[in-house]
Design a protein around this ligand. Structure first.
Ligand code: ADP
Ligand code: MG
Length: 652
């Protein structure tokens, strides 16, 4: 780097790493750098438009905005200039020396994880990730040997040049005002050997057309120097060609926008490059006038569960960007990316004041309702497409069942579940209710960590033999909404692992045997009494069960109180003041082990009986995904029983 009077700075370590990757990249779609630079230029214009609301002097000399791309064949440069907000000396150092954007950070994290996975191979990692994440400004080093960024902050009378070859450091030096833009930024790429194709006017024009149709600032292309060998011709600039007029896509009528233009716009808005699963575009008229363009992504954004990243909307007032990350939609719709442009909100208000505006509240509510309606429509008209949406975002939408009781009925139409009879996760509550067994009055559910494990729960046995479907709820949020919701279609939600089962009145399915329901024998009653006495410290009660047909025992939460899964979740988050409540141990009175125990109660060996009782209890805990009450005691008992079995003389 041969900078005479500039200050040299080292790049932040992460940037240096990223740049090294860019310089050595063999990523084939290098043209994305142009998309990144044009979108930065457009952002800079939108920022100045917003600042000028409070300080009109900033744009008094030239109120209109423009992005100009210039290719100079003789100099082998491609430049992207804007008359936006510009950067001060400090801005240059911080914005173009560190990693500010979360997408780039996520990219690096993903890279780190990937390279750990295949540390042995020295393949050029990350090439397929570049396009997915959008690397921002630094992507320009894929095509440039070195880059000059000339910038002048609007309203300032100092300008600076940032320069770097992408090899570890950059310099910043003052720029004489006569060489500087009157305001804004000019990014000049000195193209590398391999990137001469970006000097071709047609190629650049095509890329710009593909990428910039969704940019709300006009974009122009200028070519300097043509094919001609005439010296005079060579240095001449062409007439600027208008690539896009910068009219905002969302203000156009739906019929005037192609699917490609929508997708392109979505890519710019979401910073992710899949095909949207659902595109919604409408203009509201009447009491309030506003336009909305919203997208449900086709894949899950990497920061979906990042609590710092809630707002996914751009809020415009009469085409002026007011807020970049506005929380227009409720948190449980945070996967939707959207633009809302209102004609009714006052232009010169602060973001904070907008939050309190009743018009804004009404718009927010209407937009959320519409999005939910459209999702319901999709679920009714295209089950497969909807299944994908639910797969990606169902866990987020379910947060709404808890947080937004007013919309719960609409959200019940959207919710899909894995059930004991349909474990694929596509069952709706309407499907469930349509398949109720005669005399079934409740919607049964079981909470747990994963569907596979839930399927193996002993608590389900009696339900299964009677053909009763049970919702298998495995997202943490399930425990919360299901205990708050009153019911669906007049049927209450009822946990199969809480309270009495009450399923005796439901007949077993045809071809299946009814679990014998003999009254517990006197022996059985004394066995239960003994068990209750032994397990006094750990269970609230011991009783005969209707819900078991194969397993000897299971644990059930008491009728009034919390489901065991919810209780465990609360305890994990330190939100349970008191200790966990004691469960009820339910025993299968028809199980051969239980019958044998009851029959030999009088002459059984005391230690063995004691061991069996505790092992039954611990086994039930294990089936619920818990550890034995006391691991040492459990192991000792199990070994004693195994010894007994091993040493037993075979029957003669
Ligand atoms: P992002 O645009 O996601 O923030 P980039 O790497 O593209 O990430 O840009 C980094 C930062 O550099 C921007 O946030 C902005 O502050 C600054 N910047 C880049 N280009 C310009 C420009 N043309 N005008 C003003 N600021 C810019
Ligand atoms: Mg950018």
């Amino acid at each position: 780097m041969t900078e005479m009077d500039g200050q040299t700075h080292a790049f932040q370590a992460d940037v240096a790493r990223l740049l090294d990757l860019m310089v050595h990249s063999v990523y084939s779609e290098r043209e994305i750098f142009l998309r990144e630079l044009v979108s930065n230029a457009a952002d800079a214009c939108e920022k100045l438009r917003h600042e000028a609301l409070a300080d009109p002097a900033l744009t008094a000399d030239c109120p209109s905005f423009l992005i100009r791309v210039t290719i100079d064949k003789a100099k082998r440069t491609l430049a992207v200039a804007d008359n936006g907000i510009g950067m001060s000396q400090e801005d240059l150092a911080s914005s173009l020396g560190t990693i500010a954007r979360s997408g780039t950070r996520a990219f690096l994290e993903k890279l780190r994880a990937d390279s750990k996975d295949d540390a042995q191979e020295s393949k050029p990692v990350g090439n397929d990730l570049i396009g997915q994440f959008g690397i921002g400004f630094y992507s320009a080093f894929m095509v440039a040997d070195h880059i000059d960024v000339d910038s002048r902050r609007a309203g300032s009378d100092a300008a600076f040049r940032w320069r770097s070859d992408g090899k570890g450091s950059f310099s910043i030096s003052p720029l004489p005002l006569e060489d500087a833009p009157t305001r804004g930024t000019n990014v000049v790429l000195h193209l590398n050997e391999a990137s001469g194709d970006f000097l071709d006017g047609y190629r650049v024009e095509k890329i710009l057309r593909d990428y910039s149709s969704a940019i709300a600032i006009p974009v122009e292309l200028v070519e300097i120097g043509g094919e001609s060998s005439d010296d005079e011709e060579q240095g001449k600039a062409s007439e600027p060609r208008r690539i896009t007029d910068g009219s905002a896509l969302w203000t156009k009528p739906k019929s005037a926008v192609s699917e490609e233009a929508y997708t392109e716009f979505y890519h710019g808005l979401a910073g992710q490059f899949d095909k949207p699963a659902l595109t919604l575009h409408w203009h509201a008229e009447g009491r309030h006038e506003y336009s909305v363009l919203a997208f449900v992504p086709g894949s899950r954004p990497f920061d979906l569960f990042d609590p710092a990243r809630k707002g996914r909307g751009k809020l415009y007032v009469r085409h002026v960007l007011i807020a970049q990350d506005a929380e227009i939609l409720p948190g449980w719709l945070r996967f939707v990316r959207l633009v809302v442009d209102s004609a009714d909100l006052p232009l010169n208000v602060s973001r904070e004041m907008i939050q309190e505006s009743p018009v804004y509240s009404m718009i927010k509510k209407a937009v959320a309702n519409r999005v939910v309606q459209e999702l319901i429509k999709l679920s009714e008209n295209d089950a497969d497409a909807y299944a994908q949406v639910w797969d990606h975002f169902g866990a987020v939408i379910k947060e709404g069942l808890y947080e937004d009781p007013e919309r719960r009925d609409s959200l019940f139409k959207l919710a899909r579940f894995a059930t004991s009879t349909h474990p694929d996760g596509k069952r709706s509550l309407a499907d469930y209710v349509a398949a109720l067994r005669p005399n079934q009055t409740a919607i049964y559910y079981l909470l747990g960590e994963d569907v596979k494990r839930l399927q193996a729960s002993p608590q389900l046995e009696g339900f299964r033999s009677r053909g009763i479907e049970v919702l298998l709820l495995s997202d943490p949020i399930d425990a919360f909404w299901v205990s708050n919701a009153l019911g669906y279609d007049g049927k209450p939600f009822k946990s199969v692992s809480q309270g009495a089962a009450d399923i005796k009145s439901i007949a077993p399915e045809e071809g299946k045997e009814a679990p014998p329901s003999e009254p517990p024998s006197a022996h059985l009653a004394s066995l239960f009494a003994l068990m209750k006495q032994q397990l006094e410290e750990v269970v609230a009660d011991v009783r005969a069960s209707d819900r078991l047909s194969e397993s000897p025992a299971c644990l059930i939460a008491q009728e009034h109180g919390l489901d065991r899964r919810l209780e465990r979740l609360l305890a994990e988050h330190g939100q349970l003041g008191s200790a966990l409540s004691k469960p009820v141990l339910e025993i299968n009175p028809t199980h051969p082990l239980v019958i044998a125990l009851a029959d030999r109660l009088g002459d059984a060996d005391k230690t063995t009986l004691d061991d069996i009782i505790w092992l039954l209890f611990d086994e039930a805990r294990l089936m619920d995904g818990e550890k034995p009450q006391d691991a040492g005691g459990f192991a000792a008992r199990l070994t004693r029983i195994l010894m007994k079995a091993a040493c037993e003389k075979p029957a003669a």
